[in-house]
Design a binder for this molecule. Structure first.
Ligand code: SCD
Length: 686
């Protein structure tokens, strides 16, 4: 991919005036640039939909009820990583991650508890589920049925966007071909039985979090939307009948004007795309979106600044005309949101909605020369990217080669270099910048919110889930469950729509893991190729550090050898890949164990290679468990460093465990390089 978004960053604001007719469109009319609806928030405010979930369904249910009582207007379920990947809580690969970054749902019994006392005919529910979409949709449908709510009354959204999982988020299970059929099964089933339910949330959010610029986020999202439409058409699905329930999800980051322009541009691009696919009804061409403020814009240091960031981002979402919004909590850079931080995040939306008059005007930036030009430039950029993608074989084949992932990674590297060179200033992000600020400003979130910090009782959650599953398996009719699972396998072989088969199995109390296992018997778990791009960090690094590595290598008479590993079920690999590129730049030989590696994989790799250092990347909160397991079996003379989302107050603990260094987002690349050099030179001279 040759297009450089850097050109556009400048171009967005300064390009030659365009006297496009598009500027004169009204809100609520095709192509909807100025808003999805004529009266927008005057008729219905955006939905306040905070993404949440942790530990068991019981704890999350209590949190949902409290949030609804405090003014939230829709629900959004975060599932834990084992559920995302179709492992029941008692699976050996699940143990460290149960209930950590979301709620554990093993069967419909958990789903019933999750929505106990919440009327599903009144509250719309979004579920962020992609890999294990079939059993989770089935659990929702069966639970709603047992609550007495007819299918046709259910409102909400299932994320069901598998393409972006291969590209950026990594919670896929099957091969792209099989998964695209599953997406289509869900879309077709919803169109038929659940007319008020949005059957997909085509997501750009995760692209921006992985490093894409806002304009690249949009371009890739639209390219995926086109790929889905093409696939649905090939499957014989009538696009006109499903289009109205295909929704979108975008990130709103700190590039204020550009984010607003991006959301305006998105509406035009979708309307244009549907026209291309022959859709007639103008209401179907209305792009509806959810937005979430940017997690990667939050800093670990000076936590209160994050409230300011989130407010500005939320305003961009509202100015851009979002239908639904999640505002991040100020402590998300280091931990699961505390109750206090969640309340501030929710109140941020309530303040914007009720106190500012922000919702009185539809598309307030419409007609501004700058905004209209920016919108047009982003539209042009998306067209250019689509053309490049088409020339290179389309999204499907670029997903398979890993090329789109690598393209985003290239942008993450550019961003890392810009931060390192201080071309991009982020107040209080790096520890060295923070030292020059006042003492209060220097506080990290972990220290700041020590009193109210949310801690996950992972052991208790795991034990409760395991016991609950054992009880379920004793109570149910195991023969009927097995028969339903066998029928599911046969349906998968015959390429039938799998939704009805999974619903039957789930109704009989098959577990999420059992349904996925039945499918993986037919379609083995998929792993994607890893291509990591290289950037030149050298100019940003201290010359003395670069030379010191060279001298060290000369002294031992060979290149230094590192292993960087993503361990557990967490799919966030932006940081780990930046470190791989940094090490390559320091002329170090690096092996990379990608997402879903186990501590066993690491130990085996080290037995083969005898690394000079092993770096572990964990963003799920399960670091203590992985580090303890690893240290129990790893060679004593191999340095271990840890990176990711690691609370400052855990750093002493890791020091006691003999972890050589802990790196988080507050460390600059120079800090990391220097610290690694010190670790290596000490160890190698021992
Ligand atoms: C709304 N309506 C209006 C109107 N506004 N009618 C007339 N005039 C107006 N101004 C109508 C709509 O047409 C609709 O009716 C009904 O009111 C509901 O409004 P909506 O606009 O559809 O709002 P909502 O129900 O909230 O749906 C919004 C989306 C939906 C369409 C965007 O897909 C959604 O809620 N998405 C949320 C996705 C989400 O939460 N994702 C979390 C991802 P009809 O229904 O009759 O048309 C989290 C994540 O991935 C985190 C990152 C990570 O984990 O990695």
């Amino acid at each position: 991919m040759n297009i450089s978004p850097l050109k556009l960053i400048k171009g967005v604001y300064v390009s030659v005036p365009e006297t496009s007719k598009k500027w004169r469109h009204s809100h609520g009319e095709v192509p909807f640039v100025r808003g999805a609806y004529r009266e927008m928030y005057q008729r219905k405010p955006w939905t306040i939909r905070q993404y949440a979930g942790f530990e068991t369904a019981l704890e999350t249910n209590a949190f949902f009820k409290r949030s609804l009582a405090e003014g939230q207007t829709g629900l959004s379920v975060a599932f834990d990583l084992p559920t995302h990947l179709g492992f029941d809580s008692d699976h050996e690969l699940a143990q460290a991650d149960v209930g950590r970054t979301g709620v554990a749902i093993d069967s419909v019994e958990d789903m019933l508890v999750l929505f106990d006392g919440i009327d599903l005919s009144k509250v719309s529910v979004s579920m962020t589920m992609n890999g294990a979409v079939l059993p989770i949709m089935a659990c929702f449908i069966v639970a709603a049925g047992e609550q007495g709510v007819p299918l046709e009354q259910l409102t909400g959204t299932i994320q069901n966007d598998i393409l972006k999982e291969y590209i950026a988020r990594n919670t896929y299970i099957h091969s792209p071909d099989f998964s695209l059929d599953v997406v289509a099964d869900v879309v077709a089933y919803c169109a038929d039985k659940m007319p008020r339910f949005n059957s997909i949330s085509i997501s750009g959010y995760h692209f921006q979090e992985a490093g894409a610029t806002p304009e690249l986020e949009l371009a890739l999202t639209m390219a995926n939307a086109r790929a889905y439409l093409t696939h649905f058409q090939q499957r014989g699905i009538d696009i006109e009948s499903v289009a109205k329930r295909l929704s979108f999800f975008f990130c709103v980051g700190m590039d204020f004007y550009k984010e607003i322009a991006k959301l305006r541009a998105a509406r035009l691009l979708w309307s244009e795309l549907l026209e291309e696919f022959g859709v007639q009804a103008s209401s179907a061409k209305r792009l509806k979106m959810h937005c979430q403020t940017s997690g990667s814009s939050l800093t670990e240091m000076s936590p209160l600044n994050n409230i300011v960031r989130t407010t500005i981002e939320a305003m961009a979402g509202v100015f851009g005309g979002t239908q639904s919004l999640h505002t991040n909590s100020y402590d998300e850079a280091v931990s699961l949101p505390s109750d206090q931080a969640s309340k501030v995040a929710l109140d941020t939306q309530l303040v914007l909605l009720n106190e500012t008059g922000i919702s009185d005007v539809v598309d307030p930036w419409g007609g501004s020369y700058m905004m209209e030009t920016a919108t047009q430039n982003i539209i042009d950029y998306a067209h250019q990217i689509q053309q490049e993608i088409d020339e290179q074989g389309g999204v499907r084949s670029l997903v398979e080669t890993g090329e789109l992932t690598a393209f985003i990674h290239q942008h993450a590297l550019q961003a890392a270099i810009a931060e390192e060179n201080q071309d991009k200033i982020i107040i209080g992000k790096k520890s060295d910048l923070a030292t020059s600020s006042s003492a209060t400003q220097n506080e990290s979130i972990a220290a700041f919110s020590k009193k109210e910090k949310k801690t996950i009782n992972a052991e208790k959650t795991l034990s409760q889930q395991t016991q609950k599953m054992a009880r379920l398996k004793l109570k149910r009719n195991n023969q009927s469950v097995q028969k339903a699972l066998d029928e599911l396998k046969t349906a998968a072989c015959n390429k039938q729509n799998l939704m009805p088969f999974v619903i039957t199995a789930i109704r009989l109390r098959a577990t999420v893991g059992e349904c996925i296992q039945a499918l993986t018997d037919e379609q083995a778990r998929y792993s994607k190729p890893e291509t990591i791009k290289q950037a030149s960090f050298k100019q940003s690094l201290d010359v003395k550090t670069v030379e010191a590595f060279q001298i060290l290598s000369d002294q031992i008479g060979r290149k230094l050898r590192f292993l960087v590993a993503k361990v557990g079920l967490d799919g966030h690999d932006r940081g780990a890949k930046v470190i791989v590129s940094l090490l390559n730049d320091l002329e170090i030989e690096v092996d990379y164990l990608p997402v879903f590696s186990t501590t066993d994989d690491i130990i085996k790799a080290d037995l083969r290679q005898h690394y000079d250092c092993i770096g572990l990347s964990v963003l799920s909160g399960a670091q203590q468990s992985f580090v303890s397991t690893l240290l129990a079996s790893l060679r004593g003379d191999c340095p271990l460093v840890l990176g990711g989302v690691i609370p400052i107050d855990e750093e002493n603990l890791f020091e006691q465990l003999n972890v050589d260094c802990v790196f988080t987002a507050r460390h600059s690349l120079n800090d990391i390089a220097l610290a690694l050099y010190r670790v290596l030179s000490t160890r190698l001279s021992d």
